[in-house]
Design a protein around this ligand. Structure first.
Ligand SMILES: NC(=O)C1=CN([C@@H]2O[C@H](COP(=O)(O)OP(=O)(O)OC[C@H]3O[C@@H](n4cnc5c(N)ncnc54)[C@H](OP(=O)(O)O)[C@@H]3O)[C@@H](O)[C@H]2O)C=CC1
Ligand SMILES: Nc1c(N[C@@H]2O[C@H](COP(=O)(O)O)[C@@H](O)[C@H]2O)[nH]c(=O)[nH]c1=O
Length: 445
């Protein structure tokens, strides 16, 4: 018989599931990260698992396999509502029913109301279903995927490195290096978690950046993106063209690309007041399944992202260095008076090497996609002439950021599948990223 010491509380089981889910970060895109813990009928640990990669078994399947017969009559704790559809793998609702699980507790409901509901299927089959346990923690761990599904654009983290007086380069444009080796290694971890790393033409010209992940074992490489109106910033032989990861150059619809034959892939976007239209860029990335963007600057492009309401998280590395001159970390973001300042809430401060890393999120998170600056929505065309998916019209899908714990008295929101892409352009297209045949692993899209 199980003693109290053998048994696990609901909260502990879900906490473990959240920890397990995080192991999939950077590997599951375009799917969410999901963790699952199964307790037997006496409340003792029976199995656990997490979603390891898109196309692979879901967290529930891993956990049920580990639990075997001990799942019968037990409880499954899942960080996201179990899926109810057949994608590349079968429905988790079915797997849970087949395993004889008596109770399912999930943290976060799937935000897509159009997809079928795993919770509803389970409940209809007599399983006790509860949602909302540790929803905030599970939500935080899955913020990129949830933001991407809710806003129909990738989650954007703007990362910068600055001196203590807030400068991101010296007056002569040199900036290597402001921050310590430890901070720079930490940035590679951020890159490994992102589907795409984005920089502006100024950074491409000045820094000749590489932008791939280095020094993170088994990292899945992000797409490298340069926002370059005329398609002239990435020169032949640029480090970004080395094949370590796929590279995409965003150019204007009317850019003259006759001298751009060295660019591996190009997407054409509308022009905006400054450079290219940021919401259109995000829509183009969304259309190819990019769930998360690490915006690495520079100051001008970051300013445009802030102006477009398209920064969901800021990670600043502040070094104990003074310059006194040189560009500020952020250039014009369309904010003219203090009342319009973008106020952030600090979520973490950590000392890294000789620097401080500050993480902050907007006090008022985005609840709708940024609006296109330019009115026209047209198919973008690649350098090779292939038509890219049309950019999305800005949709308005508002949803609460977190949900309070709820014991299901009535029908919960219908669930989409952990594996289910959002119906619409992103799912329809999910264009494969061009990588050399013998190239490194690239995030599956
Ligand atoms: N410390 C740090 O964290 C970082 C420092 N840096 C430093 O910053 C400097 C470069 O920064 P910066 O000159 O601001 O360059 P950016 O990298 O921000 O690129 C700006 C250029 O991108 C193009 N662009 C296209 N669309 C847009 C848009 N919507 N908004 C803004 N720009 C757009 C424009 O060039 P075009 O018209 O040609 O397309 C524009 O001039 C370098 O000295 C570099 O070393 C850079 C990154 C990070
Ligand atoms: N100067 C500066 C940073 N600069 C950023 O790093 C990019 C270079 O990346 P890579 O070529 O891959 O090493 C560069 O273009 C800019 O975006 N980052 C930091 O963490 N600390 C620093 O002091």
């Amino acid at each position: 018989m199980a003693t109290e010491a053998d048994t696990v509380t609901d909260a502990d089981a879900m906490r473990r599931a959240v920890v397990l889910a995080a192991r999939g970060l950077g590997r599951t895109s375009p799917n969410p990260v999901v963790g699952c813990v199964v307790l037997d009928s006496a409340g003792r640990p029976a199995g656990e698992g997490y979603h390891r990669r898109a196309g692979g078994p879901h967290a529930e399947v891993h956990a049920l396999r580990a639990a075997g017969e001990r799942a019968r009559g037990g409880t499954a704790y899942v960080t996201l509502e179990p899926c109810d559809h057949t994608g590349r793998t079968g429905p988790c609702s079915r797997a849970l029913l087949d395993a004889g699980v008596a109770r399912v507790v999930y943290a976060v409901a799937d935000p897509d109301p159009r997809a079928g509901g795993g919770a509803r299927t389970l409940r209809a089959a007599g399983v006790a279903v509860e949602r909302g346990l540790l929803a905030e923690e599970a939500e935080a761990g899955n913020v990129a995927w949830l933001t991407s599904v809710r806003l129909r654009r990738p989650h954007v983290t703007w990362k910068y490195a600055a001196t203590l007086d807030g400068r991101s380069a010296a007056a002569d444009a040199t900036s290597r290096w402001i921050t310590s080796a430890e901070s720079r290694a930490d940035v590679h971890r951020l890159r490994a978690e992102a589907d795409a790393v984005v920089v502006g033409a100024g950074t491409a010209r000045t820094d000749d950046p590489h932008l791939a992940v280095r020094g993170v074992p088994d990292a899945v490489q992000p797409l490298r993106v340069v926002v370059d109106t005329e398609g002239t910033a990435v020169r032949p032989g640029a480090r970004i063209l080395d094949g370590a990861s796929a590279t995409l150059v965003a150019v204007a619809e009317d850019a003259d690309l006759r001298a751009a034959g060295h660019l591996p892939e190009v997407v054409r976007l509308p022009r905006a007041a400054r450079g290219l239209d940021v919401p259109a860029l995000l829509a183009a990335l969304d259309a190819r399944g990019v769930r998360s963007v690490l915006l690495e600057g520079g100051p001008a492009l970051a300013g445009s992202f802030v102006a477009a309401g398209a920064v969901d998280r800021v990670i600043g590395y502040l070094a104990p260095v003074l310059l006194g001159a040189g560009p500020a970390a952020l250039a014009d973001a369309g904010i003219a008076t203090l009342a319009d300042a973008l106020r952030l809430r600090m979520t973490e401060t950590v000392r890294i090497g000789t620097d401080v890393r500050i993480t902050a999120v907007p006090e008022v998170p985005a609840t709708r996609p940024a609006t296109r600056e330019s009115a026209v929505t047209e198919p973008a065309v690649t350098a090779s002439g292939a038509t890219e998916p049309a950019t999305r019209e800005s949709a308005t899908r508002e949803s609460a950021v977190t949900e309070p714990p709820v014991t299901e008295p009535a029908d919960p929101p219908e669930s989409a599948a952990a594996e289910s892409p959002v119906p619409g352009p992103a799912a329809e297209v999910a264009a494969a990223v061009r990588v050399p045949a013998d190239g490194p692993a690239t995030k599956e899209r």
